[in-house]
Design a protein around this ligand. Structure first.
Ligand code: FAD
Length: 321
């Protein structure tokens, strides 16, 4: 019978993304409740040395699929490997990050295994032995509790919604030979933007909307830099061609949950709020006092962003010495 919980991890440039530890910690909380081992799954090329770090978050077993074909997140190969790791661990529950890559893997795993899936979960609990996941619906207007019947129950958790909690696990590393001969897609080239903080993992996000008035984001970039944060954009700014799609926050963009979200020249449309409503502290800068964003922020500044943002940057620089 299926037992325990399997947590998938995600690596970039050979290092675990924070979502990996959030997934393992979420899996641990479930495993503590339903019983059975907590197993971490690590996939990639040259990842064996890094894999043992999963132990620091409570993993009892660490299954490692180390294969050249899994380099740089080659998706078809990762899904084939993920299915084999699930088969090997035979868990009652699978936890995975609801990242761009994790969403793909979760959905295709669910289809392959005929397993129930709750995507983009912001909380997970166990009730009477059954997994109950909380997930936003209708652009975040409603939080729905969904219970998952069937095995393995797959929960894809939203980055930064759960806490990564250090815990000591037995951490037995086990190499798993995966058969990727059926994979028909070959990765030829992958272009990564380097030196950029990933929006969904950022502790601080400074977003510029249509109020930026053009593609010169230097004031927003300077504030993000001094706060060690990432730059986001509204869809209007992306549609204008001022920022890449990868910067878009919102219903059809990325969902972020930083400790600090600074919205500059963003009106606060419901589709934008859907992507940042889980931020812990929201600061809005807008010259229209009636902008809807002011109803959703903790601190609001009614003024021209081109005067306010550089002043904040200068103050932060002063504080940092
Ligand atoms: P605007 O609404 O035009 O607001 C600009 C704001 O800047 C105004 O409030 C103005 O007062 C202020 N401003 C102007 N100049 C200054 C200045 N110098 N200083 C300070 N303030 C200034 N939107 C998203 O963002 N993300 C999504 O994922 C998304 N998905 C969508 C999906 C669907 C199906 C649909 C229909 C829409 C979606 N939208 C999304 C679009 C959304 O409805 C809004 O049109 C968009 O968010 C507006 O962007 P904005 O706030 O930058 O622009």
């Amino acid at each position: 019978m299926s037992q325990g919980v399997l947590a998938f991890t995600e690596l970039v440039d050979g290092a675990f993304k924070t979502i990996s530890f959030e997934s393992i910690s979420t899996a641990k909380a479930i495993a503590d409740n339903i019983g059975g081992p907590l197993v971490a799954a690590v996939m990639g090329a040259g990842v064996t040395a890094t894999a043992s770090q999963a132990k620091e978050y409570g993993a009892d077993r660490i299954l490692v699929a180390d294969h050249e074909e899994l380099k740089a997140g080659q998706l078809d190969a990762c899904i084939a490997a993920a299915a084999q790791l699930v088969e090997k661990a035979d868990p009652a529950v699978v936890v995975i990050g609801s990242t761009a890559m994790g969403k793909d893997i979760a959905a295709r795993l669910s289809a392959r295994l005929g397993a129930p899936l709750a995507m983009d979960c912001v909380a997970v609990r166990v009730e009477n032995g059954q997994v109950v996941a909380t997930r936003p619906m209708y652009g975040g207007k409603v939080l729905a509790d969904v219970s998952l019947t069937g095995s393995p129950a797959i929960v894809a958790i939203r980055p930064r919604a759960m806490e990564a909690v250090a815990a000591e696990g037995a951490g037995e590393v086990e190499a798993v030979t995966v058969d990727l001969s059926g994979v028909r897609v070959t990765l030829i080239e992958k272009q990564m933007e380097t030196g950029k903080i990933e929006l969904t993992e950022a502790d601080v996000v400074v977003t510029g909307g249509r109020g930026m008035g053009g593609n010169d984001y230097s004031v927003v970039e300077a504030l993000a830099k001094v706060l060690d944060g990432a730059v986001g954009a509204s869809r209007s700014a992306v549609d204008e061609g001022w920022r890449p799609v990868s910067d878009q926050v919102g219903q059809t963009g990325k969902v972020v949950a930083p400790n600090l979200y600074v919205a500059c020249g963003v009106s606060g449309a419901i589709q934008h709020l859907a992507g940042m409503a889980s931020s812990r502290v929201v600061v809005a800068i807008n010259k229209d006092p009636d902008a809807p964003i002011f109803a959703k922020c903790d601190f609001g500044i009614v003024d021209d962003l081109f005067a306010v943002v550089p002043a904040i940057t200068a103050e932060v620089e002063k504080l940092k010495g």
